[in-house]
Design a protein around this ligand. Structure first.
Ligand code: 5GP
Length: 211
């Protein structure tokens, strides 16, 4: 029997580079991970494809997904809805894939509350100054959107202590390896191996009877 995968939620300020880290992780360890694709009501950015970065849906479609309980969690972020479709996540976990949700903090905390064995990881740039530079350098958003993303970052910073891990994204490749190591080490946590522990205990009990 394949072991069940681990659910990891990765959050980080908009501009933290978490999207790039996830892409690298998927490219390098394609057999290990599955990245959940969220539904959103925000408009696609240039180059974004429906079904790849997001499922781009209307507000009405999103609200119907909420009603049908198709989402594990959802949240509003800078005037748009974002949510995680349920089926894909559980299928992949059952298949033994480590599933990653790249979602903001409200959603992350909701997932942890529902599924306490979830790993919460927060990715941050090395400094606030660097974050501002990265957001401005992206060139895909206007000044007002950048300002609201920065003020949202300030809000999110208040909740970072609730995460299990805090990872600095300075050198991309190093950060990818750190994220990979953290998730793979999680497989060795005793509470994730209860079945195996029980089996070994039972066998030992039998052996010790024979003495
Ligand atoms: P962006 O518009 O930059 O792609 O994403 C904005 C924020 O929404 C990011 O912090 C991203 O992680 C978050 N996000 C993306 N998908 C989901 C989701 O399914 N649920 C929640 N709660 N947040 C999401």
């Amino acid at each position: 029997m394949k072991n069940r995968g681990i659910l990891t939620v990765v959050s980080g300020f908009s501009g933290s580079g978490k999207g790039t880290i996830m892409k690298e992780l998927m490219a390098k360890y394609a057999d290990t991970y599955a990245l959940s694709i969220s539904a959103t009501t925000r408009a696609p950015r240039p180059g974004e494809v429906h079904g790849k970065e997001y499922f781009f849906v209307t507000k009405e479609e999103f609200e119907s997904m909420i009603e049908q309980e198709e989402l594990i969690e959802y949240a509003q972020y800078v005037n748009n809805y974002y949510g995680t479709p349920r089926n894909y996540v559980f299928e992949q976990l059952e298949n033994g894939k480590d599933v990653i949700l790249e979602i903001e903090i409200q959603g992350a905390l909701k997932v942890k509350e529902k599924y306490p064995d979830t790993v919460l990881m927060f990715v941050s740039p090395p400094s606030a100054e660097e974050l501002k530079k990265r957001l401005e350098g992206r060139g895909t958003e206007d000044a007002a959107t950048i300002a609201s993303r920065l003020s949202r970052a300030w809000e999110e910073a208040q909740g970072v202590e609730n995460y299990d891990y805090f990872v600095i994204n300075d050198v991309l490749e190093e950060c990818v390896e750190e994220v990979h190591a953290i998730i793979q080490n999680e497989h060795a946590r005793a509470f994730r191996n209860q079945e195996l522990i029980d089996d070994i205990k039972n066998e030992l009990k039998e052996f010790s009877k024979g003495e």
